[in-house]
Design a protein around this ligand. Sequence first.
Ligand code: PNS
Length: 173
Amino acid sequence: MRIAVYPGSFDPITNGHVDVLRRAVAAFDRVVVAVLVNPRKATVDPADERVETIRASIAETLGEDRDRIEVVAFDGLTVDLCRRIGARWLIRGLRAVADFEAELQMAHMNRKMAPEVDTVFFMTALEHAYLSSSLVREIARFGGDVAPLVPTAVLARLTAGGPGVTGRRPAED
Ligand code: PNS
């Protein structure tokens, strides 16, 4: 079985992430969305809330494919998670050249630590290329309309006055 891990902060998940996930699940038998518990970025929603929001977003957007997607929270190295669950691919999205350098470094480093795990990049669809979680949070905080940018489940959370709209600084992505 071809298992891939799609790791990230997902704070919050955006339509860009969903697009990458939709395409990843078309290419692999099973995709595990791995939500980082303690990112270096300090100000994210708790991992369990991000996991719940992602599950709800998948349920609303991905139809039958959702049965082949699992969402987990994880701490530590992504490659260790891959080894634990037998995943041989890592999924990442690339929006623009600006993403490339950091992603390349991370892919090489992950490959150095775990040569059996390969990183696969999906180019973010053009209509989502300008999207970032941090911009979504900032726009929501100041009352802007983020409905076209995120799944409904995220919208509900942002407009319900979750931590992201009540004074915490946005994460950097
Ligand atoms: O959505 P993000 O914040 O760009 O995701 C970054 C993430 C979670 C993929 C990266 O920080 C990560 O893999 N963290 C886990 C710790 C780890 O494995 N670090 C070494 C990376 S080479």
